[in-house]
Design a protein around this ligand. Structure first.
Ligand code: ATP
Ligand code: MG
Length: 279
């Protein structure tokens, strides 16, 4: 956790809005990500989570609002600008080469080289060592950095991408639904390295549908619904049940339950009639 010293957040998004024609994808959303803290962004399908990340990663420019880095206004014109500011996004469908070993995937074209006369050679020994060390720092112990990435689980692959981002100087890591396709044990792996990244002093934004995962790692929780922020809570001020209730949109959930019960009863009556028709 960060000290109570008044230090500007690594990233601050103020009143972001994004429109696609008639569709309002994001409507006046603000959030902060501070060093040594995990900011969870929760929301159902279509809530605007991906739109928000794409703005923070420089893929989209907001129609309204602004971004600040270390307290200074800092617009991103491209993903390159965001990367230069130290923002790394780990996407769920990671761009990895399954047949290549772990260490090659860790460097992905940015391997260390050594010079012999006029020639530059890949420094394999150094690359393997750095990869092993950086993964260990994140608490990840793969059997061997020489095994192909295709042999690893989804959680382990995500962890390589995170260790890589840290090594190449990221200060803010955005994880886009890293646990949504994973089982309980593998989700545990991911949640552990989220905390490890936080303890290394990084700012982490963790996007998820899953309030149970969020509550285990989050320092604060930003809830999105249909493009709007419907709540921003500090850890300890909100329960998992409250997050679930808010995400489902409380009243909407009650309405859905009634509809399903009534609809279910009607369907059963229909099928009873069909079943009892003389044949
Ligand atoms: N490029 C685009 N053009 C038009 N509409 C878009 C575009 N991108 C997003 N939208 C719309 O904006 C809304 C928010 O989408 P977004 O992808 O940000 O939601 P999400 O929270 O990431 O959802 P999911 O959990 O399903 O990934 C949706 O209604 C979507 O259809
Ligand atoms: Mg999305």
């Amino acid at each position: 956790m960060s000290s109570p010293v008044l230090e500007a957040p690594v990233l601050e998004a103020q009143n972001l809005s994004k429109f696609f024609g008639q569709v309002i994808s994001l409507n006046d959303v603000s959030l902060t990500a501070s060093a040594g803290q995990v900011t969870c962004v929760l929301g159902d399908n279509g809530a605007g989570k991906s739109t928000l990340i794409k703005i923070l990663a420089g893929f989209h420019q907001p129609d309204k609002g602004m971004l600040l880095i270390d307290g200074q206004e800092h617009p991103f014109r491209s993903p390159h600008d965001a990367r230069k500011a130290g923002i790394a996004v780990v996407y769920q469908d990671l761009a990895m080469q399954p047949l290549m070993p772990v260490w090659r995937n860790f460097f992905l074209g940015e391997e260390p080289r050594r010079r012999i006369g006029p020639f530059r050679f890949l420094d394999r020994a150094k690359a393997r060592r750095i990869c092993r060390e950086e993964m260990a720092k994140m608490g990840i112990n793969v059997r061997s950095v020489d095994q192909p990435v295709g042999n690893l689980s989804g959680g382990e692959r995500q962890s390589i991408a995170t260790a890589r981002a840290v090594y190449f100087g990221a200060r803010l890591i955005i994880l886009d639904e890293p646990t949504s396709a994973l089982g309980v044990r593998q989700s545990g792996v991911v949640l552990k390295y989220v905390l490890r990244a936080r303890d290394e002093g990084l700012a982490v934004i963790f996007i998820t549908h899953n309030p149970a995962h969020a509550i285990m790692v989050g320092d604060h929780f930003v809830l999105l619904n249909r493009g709007k922020c419907i709540g921003d809570y500090a850890a300890g001020t909100v329960s998992e049940e409250e997050l679930i209730h808010q995400m489902a949109g409380g009243a909407e959930l009650a309405k859905l339950r009634t509809e399903l019960l009534v609809g279910g009863a009607t369907d059963r009556q229909q099928s009873d009639k069909i079943g009892s028709a003389p044949g």
